[in-house]
Write a protein that binds this ligand. Structure first.
Ligand SMILES: [Zn+2]
Length: 634
């Protein structure tokens, strides 16, 4: 997932400053216990135990799902059934335990015969365990159920809440532990399943899934899907809306509402080149087609790497391809994350660190070294902001998440620190040797879910031993298991930013007027670097001068606008506030709105503005965006 693109380091400082998800921490959880609750008897982490699932795959493991769901927009519910195939790992196992959250379970059966089951009391983070008494023989059970309108993994949009305004829209977001809110299943990344689905929708709408999609399918309100490769539950995804398809390349295309279809296809036209470049270095693409789905502006993230069909925010359609590293990121997940998957949420850095590293490599291959260097510097600034603001334990890549909501872990640590670690390995052994290692790693663990321990053992056997003159497990342990960034880590640099620093300094010193700054050739990255590194306090005269010279309040680039609006809030620059309100009520991407709400909440006047915007925008926000930001308007 991309909670952030590489382009705004101001955001990350604020990303985890407050963890609203912790406020509804579990009170009834028995197994996950935070260290702070038991200071004297901290248990060692069992590296292959998933502390965020009630499932019992070590006894009975689900291997396939067959979904049959009707999408009911009037009731805001998915209604139907799932048939689960399972394997009896322990032949004498008596029960199958599934994860659920806020599901209405109607019936459980096997071969037409009703089975006994119990639904445990709900835990605030983990949901309710559904324990099914297994039949003596057979390897299938069927659960009939309905989702609730408040399902944490499903967003229902009325026609008015879409950009097209004519038809409703539905999309799911399962990572980290939200699949259980729309399917009863073993909701752990170490349980991989194939799936088939029949999805029934109003006739005029199209359904798409993280599965084989047929761009030419008849639009008749009944859609069949199959995902033949085993995937973890957090990659199961569904969207339904007034969607249309446009091809971008032989294996790539885009699904979107028609108002934005052509713009999206033009913005992301390099996707096929990215795919080809990545295959050349890191091995064949395993997933047949690679399509993009453009979601309504309320999508809470930048992108989600649902296999074969990445879900993408429309806020990166800038008209100049300046924010397309997001596509490189989601595509890279086809290797790191979707093919080789983190076994538990503690191991998230194996997904995101590798993916962030690959993103830089793809951007370098497709757009050249200059752009790569700028993005790497911005990424390093993102990382530093988190290191400066997070408690030491949260700066550890293999983080202890027991007793915590995994949604709270999405800081830059697994992303940028992970990437910097891999960059160091590359620099020490040379790019050719490191690429060979990565190619072998992706092949060795293809379609497996692995722990940090497994990675370390593999790294030792396949890279450290061969390069013991430059690599040591001590240093690697420091990267993975200690806070901060080890001394002597790679330092990204960009000449393009040196010029920007000179211009900013001259302007701040009063020796260069904004109107005389010659920067027609600046890229969006340079603009962001210019704004994001301004001193905390600027005068009204300075703000007015910048705005007059560069039209920042009116910027159509969502990232530049974000940086400028944040500066405006922090310095109470009122001419930008109408735009600020429009921005907050039209975008639900958490990375872009959360820092603004947080900054507004610091003063009583700001809080009033935040409350007004939030009240107007709330119905259109995703449940995650609501949950994250409501603390700032209370
Ligand atoms: Zn990601």
């Amino acid at each position: 997932m991309t909670t952030k693109v590489i382009l705004s380091f101001v955001v990350s400082a604020l990303l985890l400053g407050c963890s609203p998800t912790n406020q509804d921490k579990p009170t009834t959880t028995t197994e996950p216990v935070s260290a702070s609750e038991t200071p004297t008897t901290v248990q060692a982490i069992k590296s292959d135990k998933d502390y965020h699932s009630y499932g019992n795959p070590d006894e009975v493991k689900v291997t396939n799902l067959a979904l049959d769901l009707t999408v009911d927009f009037a009731d805001k519910m998915l209604k139907g059934s799932v048939e689960l195939d399972f394997e009896r790992i322990k032949p004498d196992a008596k029960a199958l335990v599934l994860d659920t959250r806020a599901l209405n379970i109607l019936n459980v059966s096997a071969a037409g015969k009703t089975l006994n089951y119990t639904l445990a009391e709900a835990d605030g983070v983990l949901g309710s365990a559904l324990t099914i008494e297994l039949p003596a023989t057979g390897n299938k059970v069927k659960v009939e159920y309905q989702t609730s309108p408040e399902a944490s993994g499903v967003q229902w949009l009325t026609p008015a809440q879409t950009a097209g305004k004519k038809q409703p829209f539905l999309f799911t977001q399962a990572q980290a532990i939200h699949a259980r809110s729309f399917i009863p299943l073993q909701d752990s990344p170490q349980v991989r399943v194939t799936y088939q689905a029949t999805i029934r929708t109003p006739k005029e709408l199209l359904a798409v899934m993280s599965a084989a999609n047929d761009p030419d399918t008849a639009r008749d309100g009944e859609y069949e899907f199959a995902m033949p490769q085993p995937i973890p539950s957090y990659l199961i995804a569904l969207a339904v809306g007034d969607l249309h398809f446009k091809a971008m390349g032989e294996r790539t295309g885009v699904y979107a509402e028609s108002y934005i279809l052509d713009a999206a296809a033009a913005e992301f036209e390099d996707t096929e080149s990215m795919l080809i470049a990545t295959e050349k270095t890191f091995g064949p693409y395993s997933w047949d087609r690679y399509d993009l789905l453009i979601l309504p502006p309320s999508f809470p993230f930048g992108g989600m790497e649902n296999p074969r069909l990445s879900f993408i925010t429309p806020t990166v359609i800038a008209g100049d391809k300046s924010l397309v590293s997001l596509i490189a990121h989601e595509l890279a997940h086809s290797w790191s994350g979707n093919t080789v998957t983190n076994a538990t949420w503690r191991d998230l850095w194996l997904n995101e660190g590798f993916t962030t590293y690959l993103t830089y490599r793809i951007m370098e291959m497709v757009y050249g070294e200059k752009r790569f260097a700028m993005e790497a510097v911005l990424g390093r600034q993102d990382l530093q902001a988190d290191i400066d603001s997070l408690p030491a334990d949260d700066q550890i890549m293999a983080i202890d998440l027991r007793g915590r909501d995994p949604d709270a872990v999405f800081s830059n640590i697994p992303y940028e620190k992970g990437a910097l670690f891999l960059r160091e390995l590359e620099q020490k052994v040379g790019r050719a040797a490191f690429d060979e290692f990565l190619l072998g790693y992706f092949q060795h663990f293809a379609f497996q879910s692995i722990t940090t321990d497994q990675f370390e053992a593999y790294l030792h056997a396949n890279l450290v031993k061969q390069h013991s003159d430059v690599l040591s497990m001590d240093r690697i342990n420091q990267w993975i298991h200690a806070a901060g960034v080890p001394e002597g880590a790679p330092v990204p640099e960009s000449d393009a930013f040196t010029t920007v620093d000179q211009v900013r300094n001259a302007w701040l010193a009063g020796s260069l007027a904004a109107a005389n700054i010659v920067n027609d050739d600046w890229t969006v990255h340079q603009w962001l670097y210019f704004l994001n590194n301004m001193p905390e306090k600027l005068s009204q005269a300075q703000l007015t001068e910048l705005d007059a010279a560069f039209g920042l309040t009116a910027s159509h680039n969502n990232e530049i606008a974000h940086s400028w609006l944040l500066i405006s809030v922090n310095n109470w620059y009122e001419p930008a506030f109408t735009r600020l309100h429009e921005y907050l009520v039209s975008i639900g991407r958490n990375k872009l709105v959360k820092p603004l709400y947080k900054a507004l909440s610091q003063t009583p006047e700001g809080k009033k503005m935040a409350q007004k915007a939030f009240a107007q925008a709330k119905d259109g926000y995703h449940p995650l965006t609501v949950k994250t930001n409501e603390v700032f308007v209370e």
